[in-house]
Design a protein around this ligand. Structure first.
Ligand code: TYM
Length: 328
């Protein structure tokens, strides 16, 4: 049995990218492993959030986790801010980090470049907090999307650096990419990843989108004039993205999809992609709407925080003792 940890930010409406890249793998792991899944609301506040919205999205994300198949009897589901060891170990990880390595993170560079002179310091110290999340649970594997590779590398670097200085405290976690590392791209700018925070909402399929909107967005997805369904991310990034989506949703290989659409136009292909996406998302949406107002959700999160705290505290105390952060 391995230990699994992952997290999602409650910073916007979840996208098909979040689902295919991460979320749907979570429930596959819960039968045979000890799993911790976190709503990382303290990562979300590294950029300003509306307090009421953040509160609502935290609960909505819990409902989405469960609607996507997470079973709270098997996996521990909790909110990051309810387990204080995350920021406590996060601080220790910040003190083990170098400014240079944090400044080299591509997500930091992307986000910071949009903020002029007012770059929140939390954007820079985001990766050490993420390292703390993972290391507290002594996780073996971290199921995330392809875009989190660099954050996983620095997590391992920080763990190794700490262990070298203070003794063996942390296990070195490995990244676990689902379905050969599905990376869902924007429907309008297919060289950029599909993102919760994209201001162009037609570029993004949200998990809770109405089926009609999903169909419309896929129909209008940017393609090319070559009129062949072929996986070639350089020459046909839009079509390749749709192949990738169809492949992830139906478990067909890229080659099988190319063969199936030989001689057919983009219209028929897009219609099938839309139908396949809708058939996966509709049942999740139905379960979500039943769950989101249910008081049982609070009981699940209360219980999850208790279990997570018990596990996290063991590692945190060990790290503090190793560093001399104790009195008796
Ligand atoms: P977040 O909230 O941005 O995204 C949650 C998960 O969704 C994946 N993802 C994608 N996968 C494929 N294609 C896409 N277009 C796409 N967009 C998002 C992400 O890779 C991620 O797995 N830093 C993390 C949150 C975090 C975390 C952690 C994750 C904080 N602490 C500890 C794992 C372990 C993030 O920003 O996720």
């Amino acid at each position: 049995m391995s230990i699994i940890f992952s997290g999602i930010q409650p910073s916007g409406n979840l996208t098909l990218g979040n689902y295919l890249g991460a979320l749907r793998n979570f429930s596959k792991l819960q039968d045979a492993n000890e799993c911790y899944y976190c709503i990382v609301n303290q990562h979300a506040i590294t950029v300003p959030q509306d307090p009421q919205l953040l509160h609502e999205r935290t609960r909505q994300l819990a409902a989405i986790y469960i609607a996507s198949g997470l079973d709270p009897q098997k996996a521990t589901l909790f909110v990051q801010s309810e387990v204080p060891e995350h920021v406590q170990l996060g601080w220790i990880m910040i003190t083990s980090s170098y400014v240079g390595e944090l400044e080299r993170m591509t997500q930091y560079k992307d986000k910071a470049s949009k903020r002029g002179d007012s770059i929140p310091a939390g954007l820079l110290t985001y990766p050490p907090l993420m390292a703390a999340d993972i290391l507290l649970y002594q996780a073996d594997y971290v199921p995330v999307g392809d875009d989190q590779k660099q954050h996983m590398e620095i997590t391992r670097d920080l763990a190794q650096r700490f262990n070298r200085l203070y003794g063996d405290v942390f296990k070195l976690p490995q990244i676990l990419l689902g379905h050969d590392g599905t990376r869902v791209m924007s429907l309008q700018e297919p060289t950029k990843k599909m993102s919760k925070s994209d201001s162009n909402t037609t570029a993004t399929i949200y998990l809770l989108d109405d089926p009609k909107d999903i169909e419309k967005k896929i129909k209008r997805a940017q393609t090319d004039s070559l009129n062949t369904v072929r996986y070639d991310t350089d020459c046909q990034p839009g079509i390749s993205n749709l192949i990738e989506i169809l492949s992830a949703v139906t478990d067909q290989s890229h080659e099988d999809i190319e063969k199936a659409y030989e001689g057919k136009g983009y219209g028929a292909f897009k219609k099938d992609v839309a139908d396949a996406v809708i058939s996966v998302l509709e049942p999740i949406q139905q379960r979500y709407h039943q769950l989101v107002g249910d008081p049982e959700l609070d009981a699940i999160l209360d219980e999850g925080a208790k279990k997570a705290h018990a596990k996290a505290n063991v590692t945190y105390v060990k790290a503090c003792r190793a560093m001399g952060l104790y009195r008796k």
